[in-house]
Design a protein around this ligand. Sequence first.
Ligand code: GLU
Length: 524
Amino acid sequence: MSNVRVRFAPSPTGPLHIGGVRTALFNYLFAKKNNGTFILRIEDTDQNRQVANAEKYIFDALSWCGIPPDETIGKNEKFGPYRQSERKHLYKKYANELINSGNAYYAFDTSDALDHERKSHEEKGKTFIYNWHNREKGRLTNSLVLSKEEVQTRIDKGDKYVVRFKMHNPEDGENITIGTTDLIRGYVSFKKDILDDKILFKSDGMPTYHLANIVDDHFMEISHVIRGEEWLPSIPLHIALYNAFGWKAPEFVHLPLILKPTGKGKLSKRDGDKLGFPVFPLSYANNQTQEISRGFKEDGYFSESVVNFLAFLGWNPGTEQEIFSLDELVKDFDLSRVNKAGARFDPAKTKWYNQQYLQLKPNEELATLYLPILADKMTQSNSTNKITPSISHLSDKNYVTKVVTLIKERATFVSDFWSLSHFFFQAPTSYDAKASKKQWKEETPGLINSLIDVLTSMDDYTSKSIENVVKAWLTEKELGFGKVMPPFRLALVGAMSGPHLFDIAEMIGKEETINRLEKAIKTL
Ligand code: GLU
């Protein structure tokens, strides 16, 4: 496809929800797949809803996901500015053009007057819609019924006004529809005569979303508008605006909603709070309420796994493959494989993705991520004495890498590592009560003392040779494995969990193994 130019156009009204990140991702994938351009435009025309740190959040989120825009504020500003509040002059000009061509008009109705209309309609069981039915009947105050001079006088003296779009004209006939072919949904159309005359521009000099969005998409030469399904109802107005300007409309693609894990409706922050998962890519501190929302990043997700599971919210490759790098997604992404139906968010599946990515990560890289957690444990141990490392391995990268190799298959997050591996760094501080009762019998101390003798005499203290020596000893003395191995594990780990016991013994070394066995005899 030639000259593909797509845009992600968020309004900086708060942190970007993962639904927004999914929209950005699909735009990115479509652009890259077609050698096109991915644009980030900030739609900040609704000044009342702006949140100061939200714009930065959007940039940070895309950068964490590894999907940076090709053109945006401060980067390749080919058709800039890319922040709508800096393009006000343009919107005014095009609002005027629509007025001059008879497609739009000034409306001076006060909010009281409109409330009054609404109420009196309600009393008759009707809904008030500002459109061709009533705009020229005299009860509404607009430039279609006022004289040119009066309109000018009102504007000159600073009366508040809005510019409304003539959605439908009676002379067009009844039951006229307007629509477009959505690349996912096929032809979508809407009846024109039941729609309202939407506000395009306000006397505070600001356009509404609709006007700004169409003007910008046109001048930024956007070829495809890829956005959430919630914008589908705007299609008739947007197509009508393109027609009124005499501009070619871009192709439209409305992505399926992301649904709650169970039940009906869109995934919301409340679902996340209730079920304990994030709905934002990065954590977000609300300046006003001081509320902190959790983020996938801070919860320990790898950005690759977030990108991968987001791609599958609405798209699938049509094969069994579930793990896709960003490059692979670019290669295989195809709008024809995006579903119409809503995509259900599955928190368990997002964890599964992270677990898969964790297994794929090089052990050294994981060790690098684990080291600061261990350093923290060290600090805690110094200050509270809670952690008393018996081995000085907490900062030994080689040792930590080996530990990670042994335990990672059971981990979903790097933050799981400590509970899976603390015994590589410190002797048990307690022993699992149930296991102790079951495994530590009267004859156990004697057997463990003999085990200590066996281990003491060893020179080559490696996993394999410890295993051979201990097994040979058990066989020779005709001792059941079940009598020695479980207490042995309990003494080294403090519980019946953990990786291969002889690997643990090798890692902590002979002296530490013996210390722990002696400690268990004393304690249990
Ligand atoms: N500013 C709109 C939003 O916040 C953009 C919608 C569109 O892509 O047209 O989602």
